[in-house]
Design a protein around this ligand. Sequence first.
Ligand code: CP
Length: 306
Amino acid sequence: MKHKDILGLYELSAEEIDEILTAAMGMKKLLRQNIKRLPHLQGKSVTTLFYENSTRTRCSFELAAKYMGAHVVNIAAATSSVQKGETLVDTGKTLDAMKNDVIVIRHPAGGAPRLLAETVKAHVVNAGDGMNEHPSQALLDMLTMRETFGSLNGLKVAILGDILHSRVAKSNLYGLRKMGAEVRMFAPRTLLPSGLDRMGAVVCRSREEAAEGADVVMGLRIQLERQHAGNFPSLGEYAKYYGADESLLRYAKAGAVVMHPGPVNRGVELTSALIDGGASRIEEQVLSGIAVRMAILFLLTKEELA
Ligand code: CP
């Protein structure tokens, strides 16, 4: 990796994304064989520093680091000295002084991982910053698509939901476009940021237009914690007019798959029939998540090990 840190897919090249996905495919093979005792991070320390809730991302970074032999410390801001007024930069300096090699950070403010990365010697990995980016999520989505279809080039990916607040949508847009995929987006107008077309997305007028001939239909979580402006009338109406169900999947290509970064608001973004049906790749995404995070941690630190 040329970069000290992984802050977003906006700044990674197609070659770097390919390098991570290729390494992750190797890691996933090992995971499928239940091999979880690897030497790649022996003698390294990884700290997860989470200022927001998480199940998948925090747990899979921790497991990824442990499967490769690292020492792992988990800090939740709610139970740390952040509550006593310590700044992000001072927290980072403290973790640096403890000889941490990698800090994985989730923060409600876009740009917080960059500020931390500019301050500490440790490698910083963005595990989701505000409405900005969630690079490891998009990489695990891309790994799942690449394994399903063999290549990302030429894939048609329909992303439906709360695009305005979604760091997952933005990272997927940057990454998928660099890898040659078409990214269609559909949401209520109140949940569509302006300028998506200039960022390379095809903005659709209906969910059917987005799903027509698509290889992937991806639902996004309605971020109830970020809905202060009443962007849609009710969850029931959202599900009816903007969510995905089995009838929508008929517009997609034969063999199309259903994805969601999780956590899912069941029956809102996707019906239970889609979540639990044969086209769903949601559980596969979770396994891809550990493999991608193993690849990221290994590639960031491997030169130092040589
Ligand atoms: N997809 C995702 O980021 O999930 P968590 O919030 O559970 O980490």
